[in-house]
Design a protein around this ligand. Structure first.
Ligand code: HEC
Length: 163
């Protein structure tokens, strides 16, 4: 249902191809504290979400209804983005990552991910089961960034939503 809404937005909104701007195999990494980083690719972000490492991050206390088009959601942010949000920064550091769990009828149906690579460019992934690879964009002028542009450095979740 939500996937249809997003697909409709995509088709009517900007005429951007389903795949977005950057094919898998891009070289940009999302830096991580003490880790090797995550490839800022469709496959990289999908496997990162599926791996579940984000489950230990700071998170909204419970699933709630999105004020945007995301349906029922729960947002997690990594330490870099959490610190930046709580500091009220206007620009978030490279390596900032937010993973948003997407729910329908009480079950998790997929993930939306925003991540800032080591080149300072935001990448966006969203996948709904069973395909889990429906949207992947990089930079501005795409479905995700066009709406997220009204946030603080493209992040729309307020610091107050996090513990
Ligand atoms: C029409 C507006 C809109 C579009 C399009 C949109 N979002 Fe969002 N998004 C929101 C809003 C509003 C929030 C704030 C939390 C909430 O209420 O869902 C949000 C929150 C998020 C978050 C949590 C971090 C943050 O920025 O607050 C992620 C991750 C996210 N969106 C990913 C995506 C991805 C990936 C896409 C494209 C496939 C996308 N969004 C498209 C409106 C939008």
């Amino acid at each position: 249902m939500r996937a249809m809404t997003m697909a409709g937005l995509l088709v009517m909104g900007c005429g951007v191809p389903m795949d977005g701007g950057l094919p898998d195999g891009g070289q940009v990494l999302i830096p991580s504290a003490g880790g090797a980083g995550t490839p800022a690719t469709r496959a990289g972000l999908l496997s990162f979400a599926q791996g579940g490492a984000y489950l230990s991050w700071k998170a909204e206390p419970m699933v709630h209804t999105s004020s945007g088009p995301h349906g029922s959601v729960r947002t997690f942010v990594n330490d870099a983005l959490y610190a930046s949000l709580k500091a009220g920064n206007a620009t978030h550091p490279n390596g900032s990552v937010s993973v948003k769990e997407l729910y329908a009828n009480g079950a998790r149906t997929g993930w939306a991910v925003d991540a800032k690579g080591d080149d300072g460019v935001w990448v966006y992934f969203e996948g709904f089961e069973p395909q889990l690879n429906q949207y992947f964009f990089r930079g501005t002028g795409n479905l995700c960034a066009n709406c997220h542009a009204s946030g603080v450095d493209f992040v729309l979740t307020p610091a107050s939503a996090l513990p």
